[in-house]
Write a protein that binds this ligand. Sequence first.
Ligand code: FAD
Ligand code: MLT
Ligand code: ZN
Length: 553
Amino acid sequence: MMMQRLRRSEEFIRFGCESLINLRPNKNSVPRSVSGFVTHYDTKGKLFESNVGNHYNTHRCLGRNLGMLQQYKCFGSSSASQIERKPLFSSLDSKDVSSFKEILGDKNVVEDEERLETANTDWMKKYKGSSKLMLLPKNTEEVSQILQYCDSRRLAVVPQGGNTGLVGGSVPVFDEVIINVGLMNKVLAFDEVSGVLVCEAGCILENLATFLDTKGFIMPLDLGAKGSCHIGGNVSTNAGGLRLIRYGSLHGTVLAVTANGNVLDMLGTLRKDNTGYDLKHLFIGSEGSLGIVTKVSILTQPKLSSVNLAFIACKDYLSCQKILVEAKKNLGEILSAFEFLDNNSMDLVLNHLDGVRNPVSSTENFYILIETTGSDETNDREKLEAFLLKSLEKGLVSDGVIAQDINQASSFWRIREGITEALQKAGAVYKYDLSLPVEEIYNIVNDLRRRLGELANVMGYGHLGDGNLHLNISAADYNDKLIGLIEPYVYEWTSKHRGSISAEHGLGVMKANEIFYSKSPETVAIMASIKKLLDPKGILNPYKVLPHSLFSH
Ligand code: FAD
Ligand code: MLT
Ligand code: ZN
């Protein structure tokens, strides 16, 4: 039996040596949301004046129109978290629009309804604001001027990158002015000796990867949204993704960012600099609540010649854990991704995405993708083969394939990276992004499955190598009954196991009020003081990240 499996595995053992980064399918990427804008400016002032007032206080969420409300209610977060528009923020008027036009020129002050509809709506179509204005600055100086103006008028703003965020952070809650940095998309410098790349915040992640490929380097992060997300958005959310296990989080790899109202120039390219507090870290993961990232300096990695990808099936979660431990021990220096999905996730992808098939012949409870990246083609491949063979012998793996070429590798990644898209197609999705001790990760999936019964389809997938579970609940629609069963249950469960309620997606508007499940009151108080220091009038991404009650004035 074992020999049969080994022989079978020999059929697919040969594997191309080009980097997978180029070959993960582009069709995987989410549609670009900010490009080729055409500005249609309406009659001066009239439009705005006629809309100031109630309409600005309307918030529509998850496709359900709540009408002319001063309150925001969202099924994406606990039913208790209703948000009031803060009256202390000014409402936009025609003079504001004229002032922005003086700073940016007419073309980059967007009032066109269609474009605003897109910019007001998040990727999941779950969060929707009612901003009447989007600004498209071209450089740091313009960002600085806009923010100074907004601060003086106390106009609330929402910084926006590729708008692929999954917690409602990138779209307005009410009428905040959208500042999208998509036009700031230049590579400024690349040092082939150090590997340090300096670029503007609006560069699309995939474009940076393509640029680096020509230089023989890769980005230290990779995620399914790479075709749309910006490096500035990645830094602002401290995005994790598929390579964190190898290259660490952006706290380790981003060397500096600049942010404003006042321009804080921290754009160094040094790897070591211990001169006082390293303030750039405040901007990494602060989700646009402290400043707007306009430039990024990031340490990239050499593109190595040998990349292998295995897709394996396991009977139970305990085997997945054991394989992870063994992979770290035996493949440690070449391990570059360790991702998992359960069978419910696999089914969803097979049912909702075209041209996808299960690469292994048997249906199993769990599937794992193991990617190795190294520089010794023969040795690296043999190592992975030996590892899989040993895992088969130990009964940890029931079936498995190693991609033989780039197309196969892309098709394996399509399954893992396509889950988010498949969930969108399946209906309503309640999304949780948890850090938990690896041994606990699947217990919450099972518990929730028992709790929800027939009401919904619960699935687990994610970055197992980093202890990051994506717990997703797919249902026909969004409803209060379901949300009442899921929250605060999931948060309490996570907190009880000393996990984090946001491993990599951030808090956004969805979880701003839930921060105490993962952070102590003392820690949150210091966060609030920092916010107050850097953004005294609270104009930057209000209602996001920190509890709304902390900022009533
Ligand atoms: P946006 O969505 O536009 O904004 C996100 C947040 O950052 C908002 O709060 C916004 O205000 C702020 N922001 C954006 N740009 C700036 C700026 N220049 N300055 C200050 N604040 C700013 N996330 C992961 O961590 N790992 C994954 O593997 C992953 N996979 C994904 C797969 C898919 C298919 C999708 C749709 C999303 C995925 N995400 C993942 C979530 C999302 O892509 C990341 O959070 C990404 O980093 C967001 O980048 P963005 O440019 O789209 O930012
Ligand atoms: C992923 O790892 O696929 C992303 O974080 C997106 C998601 O959670 O669906
Ligand atoms: Zn993820």
